[in-house]
Design a protein around this ligand. Structure first.
Ligand SMILES: Cc1cc2nc3c(=O)[nH]c(=O)nc-3n(C[C@H](O)[C@H](O)[C@H](O)COP(=O)(O)O)c2cc1C
Length: 235
C-alpha cells in the first residue's frame, strides 16, 4: 500500500500525531509513505495568477513545491490530511495548498487517478469547529474526484498534544482503528457515488460547448470524456 500524508501545519501537534497513528494502523510493514508538512514555503501561498487553470500546472510559479506532492498523491492508494482548526476553518497553509490544486477540480482538469483514491481527513479543535473543517477538507477532495473520504474530527480540549487527556486519547485510538479498518477495505474498491457521477456528467456537457478555456477542453477531449469514457472505469 502507498500513502501520502499531508500535514496542514509545520508543528507536531494533535493532528500530526493522529495522522501518524492512522498511517501506522494502515501500514502492514511494507507501506510506501510520502509525507509533507505545509506550508511548503511560507512565501509561496497561491497568488491567484490563473496560470494553472488557463495555461497548465507547469506554469504555476510554485510548481517545484506543489507538483512533487501531486505526484505522490497520484501514486498513492490513500491520502491522509490533517489541519488544526483555526478560527473555525482549516489552516491557511492547507487552504493555500488546496487553492494550488484548483486546476484539478472536476470543473477544470480532473486527474483520472484521483477517482480511485481513498481520503482520510483529520482536524482537532480545542472546543468547536473541527467537524466543519473536516467537512471542508472532504469537499476539496470530492471536487478533485476522490470517491471515498473518511472524516475524523475531535475536540481535544487542549492547545498541545501533551495536554490531551488519557480519556480523549483512548477515544482517538478507538476512532482511528475504526477508520483505518474501513479505509483499508475501500482501497481498490472505492468508486464515485451518484452525486459525483451526476456532477461529472453535467460538467462534461459544459465542456462540449467550452469555447473559453481550450486547455480544459483539450484535457476532456484527450481523455475521451466528451464521448463515453469515464474516469472511474478501468481502461
Ligand atoms: C490561531 C488559532 C485559532 C484557533 N481557533 C480555534 C477555533 O476556532 N476553535 C477551537 O475550538 N479551537 C481553536 N484553536 C485551538 C486549536 O484548534 C486546537 O488546540 C487544536 O487541537 C490544535 O491542533 P494541532 O495540535 O494539530 O495544531 C485555535 C488555535 C489557534 C492557534
Amino acid at each position: 500500500m502507498e500513502m501520502t500524508i499531508i500535514h496542514g501545519q509545520a508543528h507536531k501537534g494533535s493532528g500530526w500525531h493522529m495522522t501518524r497513528s492512522i498511517a501506522k494502523a494502515l501500514d502492514d510493514g511494507n507501506a510506501i509513505i510520502h509525507e509533507f508538512s505545509l506550508p511548503v514555503d511560507a512565501d509561496k501561498f497561491c497568488i491567484g495568477c490563473y496560470n494553472c487553470i488557463l495555461r497548465g500546472c507547469e506554469f504555476c510559479p510554485h510548481r517545484d513545491r506543489i507538483q512533487p506532492i501531486v505526484q505522490a498523491m497520484e501514486s498513492s492508494d490513500i491520502i491522509i490530511m490533517d489541519s488544526p482548526t483555526y478560527c473555525m476553518e482549516m489552516s491557511g497553509a492547507l487552504k493555500s495548498f488546496f487553492d494550488h490544486l484548483g486546476y484539478m477540480w472536476i470543473s477544470h482538469r480532473p486527474n483520472k487517478a484521483m477517482f480511485r483514491k481513498v481520503g482520510i481527513v483529520v482536524s482537532t479543535a480545542a472546543g468547536a469547529g473541527a467537524r466543519g473543517v473536516t467537512k471542508s477538507m472532504a469537499r476539496q477532495l470530492f471536487w478533485m474526484g476522490v470517491p471515498k473520504v473518511y472524516r475524523l474530527s475531535m475536540n481535544v480540549s487542549a492547545a498541545k498534544w501533551e495536554d490531551v487527556t488519557d480519556k480523549v486519547r483512548a477515544e482517538i485510538d478507538e476512532r482511528i482503528s475504526a477508520i483505518a479498518g474501513k479505509a483499508r477495505g475501500s482501497v481498490n474498491t472505492a468508486k464515485p457515488g451518484l452525486k459525483q457521477k451526476v456532477l461529472f456528467n453535467m460538467i462534461a456537457r459544459m465542456h462540449r460547448g467550452n469555447t473559453w478555456n481550450p486547455v480544459d477542453r483539450n484535457h476532456w477531449e484527450s481523455m475521451g470524456w466528451l464521448d463515453k469514457a469515464k474516469p472511474w472505469n478501468a481502461s
